[in-house]
Design a protein around this ligand. Sequence first.
Ligand SMILES: [Zn+2]
Length: 582
Amino acid sequence: MNFSHLKPYQKRCFVTDSADLTDKDIVVGFYRTLEERPVNSAKALEQWLLDRSELDAAVSQAGSILYIRMTCHTDDKAIAGAYTKFIQTVSPAVKPVHDRLNRKYLELCAKFPLDAKRYEVHDRAIKTDVELFVAKNVPLQTEVDLLSQEYQTLCGAMTVQFSAKGGSASGGEEKEYTLPEMGKYLLEPDRILRERAWRAAAERRSKDQDKFEDIFDRLFQKRVAMAYHAGFKDFTAYQFKNYHRFDYTPADCKRYHETIERCVVPLNEEIFKNRRKEMKLKTLRPWDTAADPLGRSPLKPFEGPKQLVDGIKKIFKRVDPQLGDQFNRMDKEGLLDLDSRKGKAPGGYQNTLSEARQSFIFMNAVGVDDDVRTLLHEGGHALHALACAKDPLVDYRHGPMEFCEVASMAMELLGGRYMEEFYNDADTKRSNREHWEGIIHILAWAANIDAFQHWIYEHPDHTPAERRQAWIGFYEQFGGKFIDWTDLTEVKAYGWHRQLHIFEMPFYYIEYGIAQLGALQVWMNARRDPKKALADYRKGLALGGSRPLPELYKAAGIRFDFSESIIKPLADAVYQEWQKLL
Ligand SMILES: [Zn+2]
């Protein structure tokens, strides 16, 4: 992956062009210059902010490129080493100087007040960061970042020897598969093949289960210590502030869990019951939840990443010609890495290259329906970043996560109206039906993951056995009880190991629930008036992070709300769409 062709969005004014921003002394040198610069007017203060923003963006992009390369080649020592070096040297070195600059900014603001509305969100974030900063936490954060990398490497290295030949009969020539590739077999109509594939992947994961436990325990201890150092009695309160969650509380999240249990889990049960009936099974086993319930072969939307990209280009164009052009450009500039290969980290993500103000998309596509939805999703994130790329402040060129996921999930729904670019009529219906099921599922899964994390950090003295018990409890509460895990209790108890967020971004998951509700509102608006819905959606995206969360939602024509009055009607509407496709 080479990014040397990417030019800065605008010419640098402060940072020298040839500066190596992976070198900590050089980076810190630039920050020092800002720290020492005298500022004597509001105008000079704004210029100071812009120069800082230019530097922040350039350093962030240098780190992003190393991260992208590492996730594309977790098995390449030199590439992994370059990323490790960055997070061990540059990241910790800039944190104290960031803090000093933040303090300097707050002092200067008091002397030379800036436009209060323009800087409202920016200043609130700076004040919070100053409040949370403790020098003692800098080395701990580095250790956390390294452990996260260890988690990625462990996941990326897992492969199984498997033979799909002969269907249900094992034997035949074995091949090495990544675990994302193995997921493909769960879509096969042959139940015994599915079971073999599921068990092979589960066995491979269980080989490393102690390593996952150990990584998590170490992450957990460091996080609790960081909260403590910052003067918080628990990690939950610390992390809510750290994520700048100004508009909702842990109590609101718990209300979300309760509402989901009452209004969404019963719909989930109906969906599972229907599946069991269609599959003519007594119980649904873990390998029965993804295959087509009527025994048809898996949907094959495309072969190879090129076909995937071409189809998505057409969809974006139909949603909005300008969005289509933007996606085209990403492809031309080599900003898509989509196929699953050994050594690639799991999952998919979009990453913003802050200085070029461009987006990169990473995926593990294997040719299934989900890949199309994932690329629409990550494409939504990419278009969001491009929509707000004009803002001179780097902090305003990305929204809060609770809104970023509206951008991406709404794109799954807006783009999902044109799935015929990949399918005939019958397959379009199948794909959409799966998507509606997936939405009910994600609303419940977000509650499951979030409730589990609240429990973890509310019980800092828990044992690994208690944690397994707690996981099983939440898993069953939010829909897992409809699956038959006979003889697989241990695999079930470690099910959370697969959820990367729990390791790398604690408490980052409720966002998917909140944002799904936002995306569904965009979709409801589009049913009434597609043009206006799209225009509003783009208005919200263009604001980036420059306004508080409720205002971003309002600009997009939707409400920031995850109480029952929003959840119930939306979940019921999704359920009705699903029923229409039975
Ligand atoms: Zn996303």
